[in-house]
Design a protein around this ligand. Structure first.
Ligand code: CAA
Length: 247
């Protein structure tokens, strides 16, 4: 297979780590982009090395800040070469019922989960098109598809991710660059484990498979969308949710 260079944002979170690992297993060179104020790079690298992943390249930046992203992506290219596969995975929650939601909670989620797609994708899309090959994979959420009480900010951002995906897919379709989204259901990560226990129990009960997704079950889907043979798949949203189809 052709070895490609993949960059994953939010790489050191639960989902990001699994995505990095699956892309590495698929033979790609992986750049793990992390948020320096929130992630412990050295500990993460040690854990990855202990698990057999010794070749991750790391770059730091704030995906919600365009100038930080410009510097981060330039560093990534300098360390790893041109980015062939971009996984826009970085995301946060600031859950509150809308009546109690403050503007800073809205802004934080929209900027980190949606505006980040402008900031990061802008650095690679035209170059992928020039080279005639690229894969852009955006992590949305079941809650961007169905909406979720307590997540007006997050649901809006994740629905926006799907709209962005469909629009950019059309713009790049003739250039060898595919753009797809994955809408995971509830995955066993820190983000989901932080949900109040009684609320989480209700969520798991509502999933036909009666369990959370394993992060690698999402990571594996990323490797499909990153592959050569996914070349006719674009503008799609892959729903991976244990059968939790929408109320
Ligand atoms: N629909 C409508 N109303 C609801 C509701 C629902 N699903 N859930 C709660 N409410 C109402 C309650 O009945 C209550 O109404 P009253 O005040 O009239 O009694 C009011 O909202 C407040 O409810 P809570 O007691 O839950 O309020 P809280 O402030 O303690 O908690 C919350 C609010 C933090 C948003 C909490 O409800 C919560 O955590 N909800 C889950 C949100 C969620 O699913 N987040 C997913 C995170 S994981 C993720 O995002 C990853 C991914 O992509 C899937």
């Amino acid at each position: 297979m052709t070895q490609r260079v993949a960059l994953v944002t939010g790489a050191m979170g639960g989902l990001g780590t699994a995505i990095c690992q699956e892309l590495a297993k698929a033979g790609h060179k992986v750049v793990a982009a992390y948020y320096p104020a929130g992630d412990n790079k050295d500990q993460w690298l040690q854990e990855q090395a202990a698990a057999g992943y010794k070749d991750f390249i790391v770059v730091a930046g704030d995906v919600s800040d365009l100038s930080s992203v410009q510097a981060m992506m330039a560093e990534a290219e300098q360390k790893a070469g041109p980015i062939d596969i971009l996984v826009n995975n970085a995301g946060i929650t600031r859950d509150k019922m809308f009546a109690k939601m403050e503007r800073d909670q809205w802004d934080a989620v929209i900027n980190t989960n949606l505006t980040s797609l402008f900031n990061v994708t802008k650095q690679v899309a035209a170059k992928m098109a020039e080279r005639g090959w690229g894969r852009i994979i955006n992590i949305s959420s079941i809650n961007g598809v169905k909406g979720q009480a307590g997540q007006a900010n997050y649901s809006a951002a994740k629905a926006g991710v799907i709209g962005f995906t469909k629009a950019l897919a059309q713009e790049l379709a003739a250039k060898g660059v595919t753009v797809n989204a994955i809408a995971p259901g509830y995955v066993a990560t820190k983000m989901v484990m932080a949900i109040r226990e009684d609320v989480l129990k209700g969520i798991v009960d509502s999933v036909p498979m009666k369990r959370l997704a394993k992060p690698e079950e999402i990571g594996f889907a990323v490797t499909f969308l990153a592959s050569e043979l996914s070349g006719f798949t674009t503008g799609a949203t892959l729903n991976i949710n244990g059968g939790l189809y929408y109320q």
